[in-house]
Write a new protein. Structure first.
Length: 217
């Protein structure tokens, strides 16, 4: 028996027992949440715990002034901070989607809205119109995303249900992505490097639904 045959034989002999696929969750919770129904109390706690486990940070805040205070304390040395959120100014520089993306090369911190978060993996869904430019969330040194606290879904099944609802409600877009945690890689010598392909850090702010300003979104 060749080495290849031995390996394949060992793999075949150690396969787990077959089992039925789990049932898909109902789409109802995501649809209800999109219409403003109360979010299960543990989803935001789960989102925060998962995000922190992958290197990100999250804060529940009552308003935009608190966001500015936290970011000023976290990044006192940031020289260029930009946002498309007027509530964050004058803490952040106003930026326009019409700007040449090359002008963002020296951005230390970008503060952007996202549509919703996913509790099971700590990801946030953000579309092109929220990014100012599709390069910005990846070229900035540090990234802060803002979502409503109520806009957290349980898992990726509900996330794609929510995306389907968003596509019928927002302007057409050519690019969107999930962002979860800071950029990191351990491909070289199994040494973890942050910021290799994008932001060094990710901070997510969960706006209290009773006090937040929907105009940001």
């Amino acid at each position: 028996m060749s080495s290849r045959e031995k390996i394949l034989s060992a793999v075949a002999a150690n396969q787990p027992a077959p089992r039925e696929l789990p049932p898909l969750p109902s789409a109802a919770p995501a649809a209800e949440s999109a219409q403003g129904s109360a979010m299960p109390a543990d989803l935001d706690a789960q989102f925060i715990a998962v995000l922190e486990s992958i290197g990100g940070e999250a804060y529940t805040v009552s308003g935009f002034a608190r966001i500015g205070t936290i970011l000023h304390e976290k990044f006192p040395a940031a020289k260029r901070v930009i946002s498309n959120c007027p509530q964050i100014q004058p803490f952040a520089e106003a930026a326009s989607a019409s700007e040449d993306p090359h002008t963002f090369e020296d951005v230390d911190l970008a503060i952007l809205p996202a549509h919703f978060g996913v509790a099971e993996n700590g990801a946030c869904w953000i579309t092109e119109s929220q990014m100012l430019h599709r390069a910005l969330p990846f070229i900035t040194q540090h990234l802060a995303l803002v979502i409503h606290r109520r806009d957290i879904v349980a898992d990726m099944h509900q996330a794609y249900d929510r995306i389907a609802l968003l596509e019928s409600a927002v302007a057409p877009y050519g690019f969107a992505t999930f962002i979860a945690g800071p950029s990191k890689t351990a491909d070289i010598e199994q040494s973890l490097v942050l910021g290799a392909h994008g932001p060094i850090s990710l901070t997510v702010f969960l706006l209290d639904e009773q006090l937040s300003d929907a105009g940001f979104f």
